[in-house]
Design a protein around this ligand. Structure first.
Ligand code: ZN
Length: 95
């Protein structure tokens, strides 16, 4: 299952970051076969509308939704930059 990391910037903006299984598999150093399977699962998840539902729910509570398969580095409007991969490796908050 993919998961959502939450990050609160020092300016109090809240980010919710979708971490696809492919990225997790890659970060865990899994085999190419497992990465491909993760990629397939991500595609199914996307097509099922799960990501859209999560995104809408998060935006309703005021969080900014980030898809880390598109952006791996985020710059907040206040100028602060955070690298999702570093955050992920350091074990960001998982909801
Ligand atoms: Zn900020």
């Amino acid at each position: 299952m993919a998961f959502i990391l939450t990050y609160q910037c020092s300016c109090e903006e809240i980010y919710a970051v979708y971490v696809p299984q492919k990225l997790q598999a890659r970060e865990l150093g899994q085999s190419l076969k497992m990465i491909r399977e993760a990629e397939k699962a991500d595609k199914e998840e996307r097509e099922s509308g799960w990501i859209e539902r999560i995104k809408t729910g998060l935006e309703d509570v005021g969080a900014k939704f980030i898809d880390s398969s598109i952006n791996e580095v985020i710059q907040c409007e206040c100028g602060e930059v955070f690298d999702l991969l570093v955050f992920y490796r350091e074990g960001g908050v998982i909801v």
